[in-house]
Ligand binder design. Structure first.
Ligand SMILES: Cc1cc2nc3c(=O)[nH]c(=O)nc-3n(C[C@H](O)[C@H](O)[C@H](O)COP(=O)(O)OP(=O)(O)OC[C@H]3O[C@@H](n4cnc5c(N)ncnc54)[C@H](O)[C@@H]3O)c2cc1C
Length: 373
């Protein structure tokens, strides 16, 4: 049986939670699908205090922000949350299929907001399939959600904010961090995070990479080596590091399968970390009625994901005729918030990426929801 819903939000991270709240606050009926058992997305495992602006709860710890957003929407009778429900398919006629346990669900939404976030990138090197080679997200989930110490001694690969923050959290959990290797000539993350790592006695080696992992049943160590200015390994510089885990924090890429399936126009934009859907200022994709918000439109931060969620939520509600004037006013306010967030030092790359998305003309909508347009 197909369920008709007004607004379907796929993904319950900061973007999806804010999208649901915004659309419902205008009077729309919202159903939110989240594949995890609790909504919150990346926020659930972030134990550190977030930067950003006060409006996006800067100064609070990530998991507390997730809890606040969830509390707000759980109290809203216009929002139905379906946890442990994974959207599997987005079909040409607008139908979205999902799996909940062993139940196969079908939805026909009038508007869809895709807020599926991002996936971790991996690295190719001999031994990368040994148990003990983790993505940083898995390490955080083990430590901060499940309360499991992932290893005794870890080599961290990548000095972006995620690599630096997770190194510090490993140290807090009583895990020794042998060092952080970074292929680029400079540290990628904020210097405030790098300074904490260095004060904790963890070396950060720039211009180095992991060459291989070794071990019989699981990781017993790693060979690292230096890179030249063309990122080629320099023979003779190899060093062996004893460790029982290698943690890869080498970036995220937008999780866009549903956008591809829906037939949204996609573009590869390096500054946004991968293929992203082409969206209008309202965050509507080239498929009319399908919006995208948060990391799925380009890897950024929780603060901007929340604001993008609001923009998509207000836009979707207004397009269905819910409080269009009020929704337009609030969407305008959110757009200004986003502009301010992106006016900081890290906004340059994102703004350049967004400009590239907009090149070659604007968004031409394809009428997917024939019954509602
Ligand atoms: C270690 C680390 C530190 C960070 N620190 C900061 C910081 O200090 N400040 C800051 O602003 N940001 C920070 N961020 C970034 C921030 O967490 C992300 O930018 C933000 O969570 C993106 O929000 P999102 O809602 O787009 O995606 P996510 O938070 O990834 O949420 C996506 C959700 O969609 C769900 N989902 C995906 N596919 C499906 C599907 N098919 N069906 C159903 N559900 C699905 C996922 O389970 C997930 O819950 C950090 C991230 C990490 C990893």
């Amino acid at each position: 049986m197909i369920r008709n819903v007004e607004v379907l939000v796929v993904g319950g991270g900061p973007a999806g939670l804010c999208a649901a709240q915004a659309a419902a606050s205008m009077g729309a009926k919202v159903t939110m699908l989240e594949r995890d058992y609790v909504p919150g997305g990346q926020l659930v495992k972030q134990t550190h205090k977030f930067f950003g602006s006060e409006k996006q709860h800067a100064g609070e710890r990530g998991f507390q922000i997730g809890r606040m957003l969830l509390d707000e929407i759980q109290a809203d009778p216009n929002i139905e949350i379906l946890p442990e429900t994974t959207a599997l398919g987005c079909y040409e006629d607008g139908v979205i299929t999902a799996l909940q346990g062993d139940k196969h669900l079908k939805f026909r939404p009038e508007r869809t907001i895709l807020a599926t976030g991002a996936a971790e990138k991996f690295l190719a090197f001999p031994g990368n399939d040994l148990p003990g080679v983790y993505g940083a997200g898995a390490v955080q989930t083990l430590m901060n959600v499940a309360g499991v110490k992932p290893a005794q001694r870890v080599l961290m690969v990548g000095s972006g904010n995620i690599g630096l923050i997770v190194s510090y959290q490993l140290k807090q959990a009583g895990v020794e961090v042998a060092g952080v290797v970074e292929a680029a000539p400079r540290i990628g993350g904020y210097l405030v995070h790098a300074a904490k790592i260095r004060r904790a006695g963890i070396p950060i080696l720039t211009g180095w990479t992991v060459k291989e992992a070794f071990g019989k049943e699981q990781v017993e160590g790693a060979v690292i080596c230096q890179l030249d200015d063309k990122f080629q390994q320099i023979p003779g510089t190899e060093k062996t590091i004893a460790c029982d885990a290698i943690c890869l924090a080498v970036g995220l890429t937008p999780l866009t399968e549903l956008c591809w399936q829906a037939g949204c126009e996609m573009k590869y934009i390096r500054e946004l970390s991968g293929h992203v859907p082409v969206v209008s200022d309202d965050l509507e994709t080239t498929k009319a009625g399908i919006y995208a918000a948060g990391d799925v439109t380009g890897i950024e931060e929780a603060s901007s994901a929340m604001v993008e969620g609001k923009i998509a939520g207000y836009s979707a509600a207004a397009s269905l005729g819910h409080s269009p004037e009020e929704a337009a006013r609030l969407r305008q306010e959110a757009m200004e918030e986003l502009r301010q967030l992106r006016s900081g030092p890290t906004g340059g790359k994102i703004n350049a990426g967004i400009e590239k998305v907009k090149q070659d003309g604007g968004v031409v909508h394809v009428n997917l929801y024939r019954y509602s347009h």
